[in-house]
Ligand binder design. Structure first.
Ligand code: PMP
Length: 454
């Protein structure tokens, strides 16, 4: 009998929230209806898709009332926890008062929220434009960089993900996300500085330096010598929690600026305290970007995104009419302001640092025990576990990754997946995760890794 069959099942930490009785259509009905009516590109996780009907902080409930530990948080989005009482109360109040009027009128929450947000950024980033999604934020940031510099070319990184609309799709660098349609006009992809699958060799710092120098080569060989922008995630999210050594970004920014380009930090996943040590991912590298794109965690689950920059960079946008119907709507503004308050009041950044560090140490213990684990990466509550069939060849263990996810789900833990080969377990829970939750997740992963290896 396999060892895991006799192991006792890990117990999810107690929680006194009682989910409401679900009396809607069955999971099978919902699945059939969705298959009949919805574009097949809208996919689900798991062999048997999971139906989720309620959320409470770091937990989700299916239609039977079963509770799961949510380690992916609506893809790194539900920053404060599902239905956090303060966020829910503020949004409910706003929904009942005014839902939409557009920015053609004044409303007090937008400038209040803008002031609060800019207060978390370096002083030179003094202007913000709110939009509805990460992809829109990326598109707007590239537009602003091109208008300001008068240049077209943009450098992004291999293994990056920046969204699904044409501009963002062009910047995205995974064949699995791309369609054979026009995109990526003027976009060039430089080497990803993460050492695990780098074409360069040496220490992580040497690989970071060579990767930054690749930007110079790309500018010299593929552009007119001047560029509009360079965009990078401080930690690549969809790419599988990949990043260069701490010397990478400052080196990259210097080269970009030598060629007239603006530096964009895509903080869609790394912002709002998720990395634990800092509010923004770029702060770990001691650089100041010219533009910062943000989404996901900023709204805690509401459609909200933003681009912050210097006023001089924003000004050329005002030379023509630029308008976004839902941008800055009072409901999203109320949500965003409440989310930022909760991150501070509940100490969520510090919690991400402490619980994230504890969680990572647990994952590293699993790496010592399971040869399927190639490497554990990440910072704060943005963690990744890359699974490989062979630690020498680093052959991606993609089917095993799916098996781990299925086994973890059976034991009550919901994980994400990423990386070009789909072999990285992604862990980005609501930032209210407790140490007990992390210990439970590590126990579950221990058993899931054993089952997947069998
Ligand atoms: N940038 C990054 C780093 C992202 O992870 C994502 C979404 N996964 C986006 C941009 C696009 O955001 P959205 O899905 O809200 O358009």
């Amino acid at each position: 009998m396999p060892a895991t069959a006799t192991a006792t099942l890990p117990q999810i930490p107690p929680c006194d929230h009682r989910p409401r009785l679900y009396d809607g259509p069955s999971r099978d009905q919902v699945l059939a209806q969705r298959r009949a009516n919805v574009n097949p590109a809208v996919f689900t996780y798991y062999r048997e898709p999971l139906m989720i009907v309620e959320g409470h902080m770091q937990y989700l409930y299916d239609e039977t009332g079963r509770r799961y530990l949510d380690l992916i948080a609506g893809i790194a989005t539900v920053s404060c926890g599902h239905c956090h009482p303060k966020v829910t109360a503020r949004v409910t109040e706003q929904v009942s008062r005014l839902q939409h009027a557009t920015t053609i009128y004044l409303h007090p929450t937008l400038p209040r929220f803008a002031e609060k947000l800019l207060g978390k950024l370096p002083a030179e980033l003094d202007t913000v434009y709110f939009v509805n999604s990460g992809s829109e934020a990326i598109d707007l940031a590239i537009t602003m960089a091109r208008l300001y510099t008068g240049q077209r070319d943009v450098i992004a990184l291999r293994n990056a993900y920046h969204g699904g609309v044409a501009t963002a799709l062009g910047l995205t660098s995974h064949h699995t996300w791309k369609y054979p349609i026009p995109h990526g006009e003027g976009v060039h992809h430089a080497a990803c500085p993460d050492p695990y699958r780098s074409p360069f060799s040496g220490t992580p710092e040497e690989i970071a330096e060579q990767s930054a120098e690749d930007i110079r080569e790309l500018i010299r060989f593929s552009t007119c010598g001047q560029i509009a922008a360079y965009i990078a995630e401080p930690i690549q999210g969809v790419g599988g929690t990949t990043y260069g050594a701490a010397n990478y970004l400052s080196h990259a920014y210097r080269i970009v600026r030598e060629h007239g380009g603006l530096c964009i930090s895509d903080e869609v996943q790394t912002g709002f305290g998720r990395t634990g040590d800092h509010y923004w991912g770029f702060e770990s590298s001691d650089v100041v970007p010219d533009l910062v794109t943000m989404a996901k965690g900023i709204g805690g689950g509401f459609p909200l995104a933003a681009v912050a920059t210097r006023r001089e960079i924003a000004e050329p946008l005002a030379q023509r009419i630029h308008f976004n119907t839902f941008a800055g709507n009072p409901v999203s503004m109320a949500a965003g302001l409440a989310v930022m308050e909760v991150i501070d009041e509940d100490g969520l950044m510090e919690n991400a640092r402490v619980v994230g560090g504890h969680f990572k140490a647990g994952l590293e213990r699993l790496a010592g025990k399971h040869s399927l684990v190639g490497v554990v990466r990440g910072q704060g509550l943005m963690l990744g576990v890359e699974l490989v069939r062979d630690r020498e060849t680093r052959e991606p263990a993609n089917t095993e990754t799916l098996a781990v996810m299925e086994a973890a789900r059976e034991m009550g833990v919901l994980l994400g997946k990423g990386g070009l080969y789909g072999n990285v377990l992604r862990i980005k829970p609501p930032m209210c995760l407790s140490r007990e939750d992390a210990d439970f997740a590590v126990e579950v992963l221990d058993q899931a890794l054993s089952r997947a290896a069998e």
